[in-house]
Design a protein around this ligand. Sequence first.
Ligand code: BG6
Length: 501
Amino acid sequence: MTNQYDIEPPPPCTLVIFGATGDLTRRLLMPALRNMRRAGLLPHDFALLGVASRDIGDDGFRDHLRKGMEEFKGGTDGSDIDWFLERTCYVSGKFEDDGTYRAIADRLGKDRNALFYLATPPSEFSVVVEHLGKANLLKETDDHWRRLIIEKPFGHDLPSAIALNKDILKVAREDQIFRIDHYLGKETVQNIMVFRFSNGFVEPLWNRDHIDHVQITVAETVGVEQRGKSYDATGALRDMVPNHLFQLLSLIAMEPPACLGGDALRNEKAKVLDAVQDFRRQNRHQNVVRGQYGAGRVNDKPVVAYCQSPDVPPDSTTETFVAMKLGIDNWRWVGVPFYLRTGKALMRRRTEITIQFKQAPLTLFRGTPIEHLPTNDLTLHIQPEEGVTLRFGVKVPGPAVAIDGVDMKFGYENAFQRMPSTGYETLLYDSMMGDGSLFMRADTIEAGWRVMQPVLDTWKNEGRRELPIYAAGSAGPSEADELIRRDGRRWRSLDGRGDGK
Ligand code: BG6
């Protein structure tokens, strides 16, 4: 056994982080690396090379890193800090200067495996990638590999996503590129596939014959906080839908892949997005609703309206909430609506997927006071609760025939020992091992934007008058309730009570 998971540690490599003095490195990447080391998932010969514009030298960067590690510990006690600092160095320079890349090449050495992590603002992606290519830093030989990890957002619409992918593919092969969607690093997201395909009773029911509809909710209590400037140029749809929500949708709706490795999984996910009904042929106003939060209270604390937040223009038309109804045009799903919603400053933080099964016939209960049966829902709780709930009807004890809906629950926290995790550990490990199955491919990203582009085009010409405002701390705008009510259904309530129909 090589570590607690009994899996191979990765080969020696250097992680080169562009934007190394930023927030992502401090809050997520370093804690993830420390959790990996603790679990034996880092190479024995591991090195870290930070790249950023601040002229602070090796020692300054190590100090900066030490402070970050003291603040964000991951699951460690602090005794590992020196281990990381001993193998850390730094290159300062502008991302558009050739000299920066010459310095990186010198520090890296010729035959070293390297993982270039772009933790920079998205506007820098193309510049860094182009220079890495020009400096031959992405060139591989039989003795070493070179890989690129890119954070979202991958473009801000379809044309920009195509352009970015083109820029990257000029200098690297698709199998050298690892586009991160951190949702795919979550255990409960990876469990969607395992739950579906490792349980014989699930798959026969997983289709339009048995499923009434599917709901996917990613509700957040956080507002825009200090991100006003970048969020206002993005909005809830771009920020969450083509990436996180569509990843969840694909995992729920895809056909079983032939195997776990290689491109098999990503091929199946891509087919789902290709089969999503075209919004150009639909009533976009009925099937997609947006909203912006106004003032209110979340978790008993006052929240200012989105358009009063720092760096947000008071007449902003950026949406902080979006809900939609999608159809998937394939044999498995035709006729089954998928309802998706996500928003900020909502009443609860809750990411979950509910599969509502079709009702049993009421015939047996004719002549009794029972007028309807409880719904049969299967809910995959992604976060913060992690687990699975199945809701079904039981007889209420007593002489009369009465039925009530009850829940059968599985919770990760009761079943397994929790390992400290940021969600990045598996993704960093997989990229060091060269396994891209949990990463986004160019075609999937473009397919996601292709689905949403008609909606973005419609919104472009709308003003504030057409933008529903919902109170912070509520469940979103009433228009979102109407979107699903029109079909005789309703959203699962965000506070955990209530079910479908
Ligand atoms: C990010 C978005 O990708 O995901 C944020 O940019 C959002 O706006 C975050 O808050 C949600 O991630 P998680 O893991 O907290 O659900």
